[in-house]
Write a protein that binds this ligand. Structure first.
Ligand SMILES: [Zn+2]
Length: 330
């Protein structure tokens, strides 16, 4: 998180028991409300902002929940001059979160710049608080922060998103979960996920794996015709013995160049391991096929362009088939 919640402080033992004042912009003595965190930091805030941001806080204010926590004159009068802001007319409300959580939570409600988070661990308690106080606008803004970790830690992000009812983030994380080589690795966040939710996530991945295995085993029935014909079907270099058909022309059968079929089988292995388009990201995959295809004098001139076009169709087909699979429900 950027910024530090505590602006003032004292190194005396006496002052350590007294509230300190939060960093700007939460140090304005003329603000109408003070939130005092569990670690004793006073945040001077505008009640109207909190009412707009959180129905929970709005209800609390409406019910006069803060009446019993009104500023204690004795304590306020004894605090250091650095904390003098709390001695105004503002109501002091104990807030059961740490200042390290309240600071970014409030900054996300206030006008930009909004806080950034260096790690998922630093983001989680703020998401928990946003969920607790039903701050939907904050959750929406923090979704972007959460999704920054979706590619590198999809399972962790999935659990956090499910736990805090962040549907869009959960869906994105579930798709990135397909990119993991090992699906059942342990992450600490799993302790917060129900067995049923975890089962549904694994079942989703299993279904994606099966769907792409079906696509591979259907040979090229999903690939459209092309003029001139795909070189790996047209060339008379060494052929696989079986035949394939193309989309829309099941009555025409082709034998496939061996070099291409080896490439296709490698794709099948990669998709079985990681059922998503990211599995095919490695440029060495096509480079190898180009190299092998170039050993045929006839294929050489077209192997690069044909593979490029084939890959585009393949990725489109992967996306189409995966999009038809319902995402797991929490
Ligand atoms: Zn050839």
């Amino acid at each position: 998180m950027n910024g530090h919640p505590i602006q003032s402080g004292s190194d005396s033992k006496a002052a350590s028991a007294l509230p300190s004042t939060a960093a700007p912009p939460f140090n304005k003595a003329f603000a109408d409300t003070v939130l005092r965190t569990s670690d004793g930091v006073d945040f001077h805030v505008w009640r109207g902002v909190l009412i707009e941001a959180s129905p929970v806080l709005s209800d609390m204010f409406a019910l006069g929940g803060e009446s019993s926590t009104t500023s204690k004159p004795e304590a306020e009068s004894s605090i250091s001059s650095a904390c003098h802001a709390t001695t105004g007319a503002a109501t002091v409300i104990p807030f059961p979160e740490l200042s390290t959580v309240l600071d970014p939570l409030l900054r996300t409600c206030y006008p930009p710049p909004h806080p950034t988070f260096p790690s998922l661990d630093s983001l989680k308690p703020v998401l928990a608080a946003a969920h607790k106080y039903q701050m939907e606008g904050v959750q929406e803004l923090l979704t972007k922060e959460l999704l920054q970790h979706a590619r590198t830690a999809p399972l962790r992000v999935y659990v956090v998103a499910v736990r805090f009812d962040m549907q869009h983030a959960a869906e994105v994380a579930a798709r990135h979960f397909l990119g993991l080589k090992v699906a059942d690795d342990y992450v600490p966040e799993l302790e917060d996920l129900s067995a049923g939710s975890y089962h549904r996530l694994l079942a989703y991945r299993k279904r994606c794996t099966q769907t792409l295995a079906d696509m591979i085993s259907s040979r090229l029935s999903w690939l459209p015709e092309r003029q001139p014909l795909w070189q790996f079907l047209a060339c008379r270099c060494s052929r696989e013995e079986f035949t394939v058909t193309l989309q829309g022309s099941a009555d025409v059968q082709y034998n496939v160049a061996v070099w291409f079929w080896q490439h296709y089988r490698r794709i099948g292995v990669l998709l079985a391991e990681r059922p998503c388009r990211a599995a095919l990201d490695d440029p060495k995959l096509n480079d190898r096929a180009v190299m092998e295809g170039s050993e045929c004098g006839s294929c050489r001139a077209r192997v690069h362009d044909d593979l490029h076009a084939f890959t585009a169709y393949l990725l489109e087909e992967i996306d189409r088939r995966l999009a038809a699979i319902p995402l797991p429900t929490a």
